[in-house]
Design a binder for this molecule. Structure first.
Ligand code: GDP
Length: 513
């Protein structure tokens, strides 16, 4: 589920899970005010800031299907993590606040879905409150995202005056919602025939039908292939808080979202879901729980059956290891998992050899393409404030790099004693400062650098940069995967350099803007 913060992601997660009866009371998923005694240092930072830093995977069954809902941290500065999560999913639900329309973070996340070919279902939320009109919202999606919105459900009544919903495939019926007395949020649902709707709702009903008709006649209509190819996005309206339209959305996930399919391999070809086990490590998280000082590698099962205790091979090193500790993890809850199937997410505890982007497999050698690295826009030099702790410093920096908390760059000018930390958003620095001090006992200082633009280059580019930097300060750095990155103060400096040296490779990373 992707959205700008506050669009209602947690609320909708709860509502979906409640419909599928995965949890027993609303609030159990994201108890924002009360984290049920979770006291890890890390969560402390999260609590101080009141934002969600963790991602989780929630599994539930519905209509004979199993769904894995992967949450993503909403805050823009943790977006690198979010972007990687999108590498592990088959479909995304894009949540839009009816009053705010398309917000920045939604656009960025949508761009990543497009880049990765992830089909997107749109849910326009908070229709119980005043907001924009439906046609304008869809027009914005079309213009700004370049995807054709195809309504599957249409609101009866403007935002703030929601009377009910009508399904594009069944305009003979209106689903009417009535607020119920305080104490429970869920609105009461009734089914009205179109005659009853016309009689009781009058113009509101006819307007809804006209608007829906207008949208359907001017657009291409729903087409499964176009949806899976990312050309159209089926659109739903509702209110997560009052539980309106949530069931229709859940049904759509079952009916429309593609089931796990073959995954392309780095060297061409693909791994079919029916082959032996393979999985992709899309996230590594340390110290989720202070009772177990550990680190969890989240693996999306891509093919075959995962069985706890099985020996799997890590493609990058060719080494095999036993998956003794496998859990499903959601928030602070852990359950031991014995078997998992394609699409499921397994947390491997203390698998310290694993890195973000790793492929695991049994049988025939399998390697998925590397996860995309996103263009960092903030840079700072890290140095230990207590030099007697340089061993802890190195260990901490290496671990944060492996977890993908931040990109660690070694600059030719500063050497590896003063690594450059590169972030997509500045709040990643806060996580680094906090964890270096509290987890690795090596407090650090971060000196901000004035670069804003990074480009991938090669050996020739490196040589050209080495000559040029004496005059205007471009810097060459090396990432831990040995990719060379050239840093520039801004686009103008980059363009000037490229004009002067048109043959030099300066390749953009995946932009999130
Ligand atoms: P997140 O940051 O995207 O996870 O958003 P939350 O689920 O925490 O919701 C942010 C705020 O919007 C909360 O105060 C919710 O109660 C409120 N909210 C969420 N969905 C709705 C809705 O459908 N209608 C209204 N009126 N408020 C909502």
């Amino acid at each position: 589920m992707i959205s700008h913060p506050d669009a209602g992601k947690s609320t909708l997660t709860e509502a979906l899970a409640l419909h599928a009866r995965a949890i027993t009371s609303a609030g159990a998923v994201h108890a924002k005010g009360d984290r049920r005694g979770v006291t890890s240092d890390w969560m402390e930072l999260e609590r101080e800031r009141g934002i969600s830093v963790t991602s989780a995977a929630l599994q539930f069954g519905y209509r004979g299907h199993v769904m894995n809902l992967v949450d993503t941290p909403g805050h823009a500065d943790f977006s690198e993590d979010t972007y990687r999560v999108l590498a592990a999913v088959d479909c995304a639900i894009m949540l839009v606040d009816a009053a705010k329309g398309l917000e920045e973070q939604t656009r960025k996340l949508f761009a990543v879905c497009r880049h990765r070919g992830v089909p997107v279902i749109t849910f326009i939320n908070k229709w119980d409150r005043r907001g924009r009109d439906a046609l304008t919202l869809l027009e914005d999606i079309e213009t700004h995202l370049g995807i054709t919105p195809v309504p599957v459900v249409w609101p009866v009544g403007n935002a703030g005056n929601l009377r009910g919903l009508v399904e594009a495939g069944n305009t003979e019926q209106m689903l009417r919602y009535t607020k119920v007395p305080a104490g429970t949020h869920a609105a009461l649902e009734e089914q009205l025939s179109s005659e009853q709707a016309a009689e009781q709702e009058g113009e509101t009903w006819t307007t809804a039908l006209e608007e829906l008709e207008l949208m359907l006649s001017s657009g291409p209509g729903y087409d499964q292939e176009a949806f899976e190819a990312g050309k159209i996005s089926p659109v739903f309206f509702g209110s997560a808080l009052t539980n309106i339209g949530v069931k229709l959305l859940l049904d759509a996930v079952v009916d429309l979202a593609p089931a796990p399919g073959p995954r392309p391999l780095a060297k061409g070809g693909s791994r079919e879901v029916g082959e032996e086990f393979s999985g992709l490590v899309f996230k590594i998280q340390a110290n989720m729980d202070p009772a177990h000082r550990d680190r969890i590698a989240f693996v999306r099962v891509c093919s075959g059956v995962f069985e706890r205790g099985m020996h799997v091979t890590r493609a990058a090193s060719g080494r095999s290891f036993a998956t003794k500790y496998a859990h499903t993890v959601f928030g602070a809850e852990r359950t031991v998992v014995d078997t998992a199937y394609p699409g499921d997410v397994v947390g491997l505890i203390n698998a310290s050899a694993l890195r973000v982007g790793d492929t695991l497999f049994t049988g025939k050698k399998t390697e998925f393409p590397p996860l995309p690295a996103f263009a960092p826009e903030y840079f700072a030099v890290a140095r230990p404030t207590d030099i007697s702790r340089s061993k802890q410093f190195r260990k901490g920096v290496a671990q944060l790099d492996e977890e993908g908390v931040i990109q660690v760059l070694v600059s030719d000018r500063r050497g590896d004693q003063a690594p450059v930390m590169a972030a997509v958003g500045p709040m990643q620095f806060d996580v680094v400062l906090h964890r270096m001090e509290h987890e690795f006992s090596s407090p650090i200082a971060l000196d901000q650098l004035s670069y804003r633009v990074a480009r991938i280059t090669d050996a020739d580019g490196a040589a050209a940069l080495a000559k040029a930097r004496l005059i205007n300060g471009e810097v060459l750095t090396r990432r831990s995967d040995d990719v060379l990155l050239a840093l520039f103060a801004d686009k103008w400096q980059l363009n000037a350099f490229q004009r002067a040296q048109p043959d030099i490779l300066l390749q953009p990373l995946i932009a999130t803007a």
